[in-house]
Design a protein around this ligand. Structure first.
Ligand SMILES: CC(=O)N[C@H]1[C@H]([C@H](O)[C@H](O)CO)O[C@](OP(=O)(O)OC[C@H]2O[C@@H](n3ccc(N)nc3=O)[C@H](O)[C@@H]2O)(C(=O)O)C[C@@H]1O
Length: 459
């Protein structure tokens, strides 16, 4: 991966990469796709200029493989959903979903996030991307993607082709990007973009109340059934690949163009706030969870204070300690126990109430754990498990090593920032308010995916 940063403006081009064994990349799921190509010249100017200098031709001339850069635009000022680009979707910040797919596709010479916001830059780096600190000029409500991409290219002369991936389409898989890259590198296309097939009958808009409208793509006398009509290909906004030459001329699509058809289940486009919950459900089913083989989780180890409880300890006048927990969380624990996952509780304190709680929900308990990782390793080896079969739920610095080691890890919404960074899944719910339940559901979903994957292999 190229880590060079060029900056005409003197902006510090921050760069960092992440070990690919990092937890955030440790999930696996594959998607399906169909492919189609067309070479229609929609834009003559763009076609002519692109033909002057084909990527493949320049490649041959200089003997240098053109530099393909993934570029995710993630401005801070999104209106509908504040800081949408890093809002946590199904446990992962929005840009994380496409960054994971971009890295695992293995087709990019560099992976960049262009942003004007410090927090977005931080998250991008956590996911291993290089950060382009863009100017405010291309970050306003009225600036287009093209403006921001052109600025990036002006400052990164080493880049020959841009794969602009939109974070708002989080169900992207590495194979979509691999197929698009093949069309650029092998089929000599100048631009490739993603589409989805839609069966929408369209009608002419009549501003004065809709009277006298006309059909645009159907014959009312002969309405086709869905199965008798191929539908139409529509841009789904997932990605746009284009050569430097085209972009500099002001086009994202032009020259020899190809589309890549994505199946509807992978074709998510978060546009307005009501799209969010739907996208979340979709990504849980069809999102890309990383390269590694999914294993069935067999053991969940859960920290008590600040995970199962909200961390508050009440003291009675008689000096007695009181803590509370949420029935939703203990129900989540019983649910995964019923599914064959053993649950153990861990705490760095000693507290008689913990013992009562552990007994009540039938969990092994380790108190006064000075080194939680040692305890976790002991449980893992006694139960003869692989790390991939161990899940850990923690919230604090003392949980960080366990979160890093476990195959599946999670934190409540209000966990410390160290713990959040180390974990693969950040809950929407806070400690003592359903976070454990949510993480248990997440484990069950991963198990379902692992089962489905191994069934697919058998057939
Ligand atoms: C390539 C392109 O033209 N993208 C535009 C797309 C595209 O036409 C549709 O997705 C097609 O279905 O539409 C828009 O899409 P939207 O506004 O949601 O932007 C898509 C993603 O790009 C980031 N972005 C966009 C413009 C910009 N100057 N800086 C950015 O960081 C957003 O934060 C978001 O993550 C639109 O709806 O207005 C605006 C986008 O500019």
């Amino acid at each position: 991966m190229d880590k060079t940063t060029v900056s005409e403006s003197g902006d510090p081009g921050m760069s960092s990469t992440r070990d690919s064994s990092d937890r955030r990349f440790n999930r696996s799921n594959t998607g399906n796709r169909k492919m189609n190509t067309t070479a229609s010249g929609a834009n003559e100017n763009a076609s002519a200029s692109a033909r002057k200098r084909k990527i493949t031709a320049s490649d041959e001339e200089s003997g240098k493989k053109p530099h393909l850069s993934a570029l995710i635009l993630a401005r801070g000022g999104s209106k509908g959903i504040p800081l949408k680009n890093i809002k946590v979707l199904a446990g992962v910040p929005l840009i994380g979903w496409v960054l994971r797919a971009a890295f695992d596709s293995g087709v990019f010479d560099s992976v960049w996030v262009s942003t004007d916001h410090a927090k977005i830059a931080e998250v991008a780096e956590e996911f291993g991307a290089q950060v382009h600190r863009r100017s405010p000029k291309v970050s306003t409500d009225s600036s287009s993607s093209l403006d921001a991409i052109q600025e990036f290219l002006r400052l990164h002369k080493e880049v020959d082709i841009i794969g602009n991936i939109q974070a708002t389409s989080p169900c992207l898989h590495p194979n979509h990007l691999q197929d698009a890259t093949r069309k650029i590198r092998e089929d000599g296309c100048d631009s490739v973009f993603s589409v989805v097939r839609r069966h929408h009958f369209r009608w002419q808009e009549v501003k004065t109340g809709g009277v006298d409208t006309k059909p645009l793509n159907l014959d009312p006398a002969n309405r086709p059934r869905r199965q008798d009509w191929d539908g139409e290909l529509c841009e789904n906004g997932s990605f746009y690949f284009a050569s430097r030459e085209l972009i500099e001329k002001g086009y994202l699509q032009g020259g020899k163009m190809a589309y890549l058809e994505m199946l509807p289940e992978f074709s998510v486009d978060i546009d307005i706030d009501i799209d969010w919950p739907v996208a979340e459900q979709r990504v849980l089913r069809f999102g890309y969870f990383g390269k590694d083989q999914l294993e069935q989780v067999k053991l969940l180890v859960c920290n008590i204070d600040g995970c199962l409880t909200d961390g508050q300890v009440y003291l009675s006048a008689g000096g007695e300690e009181l803590v509370s927990w949420n029935i939703r969380d203990t129900t989540g624990i019983s649910t995964i126990q019923e599914q064959g996952v053993e649950v153990c509780l861990i705490s760095s304190r000693g507290c008689p109430i913990h013992k009562l709680l552990a007994k009540k929900i039938d969990c092994q308990l380790e108190q006064n754990a000075a080194n939680k990782l040692e305890v976790l390793e002991l449980w893992k080896s006694k139960k003869k498990l692989l790390w991939e079969q161990v899940a850990y739920f923690g919230n604090d610095e003392s949980d960080v090593e366990c979160l890093k080691k476990a195959g599946v890890s999670g934190v409540p919404h209000d966990a410390s920032s160290d713990a959040v960074k180390a974990a693969g899944y950040t809950c929407r719910n806070s400690a003592g308010r359903g976070a454990v339940r949510e993480f248990a559901d997440h484990i069950l979903l991963l198990s379902e995916q692992a089962r489905a994957k191994s069934q697919q292999k058998k057939h």
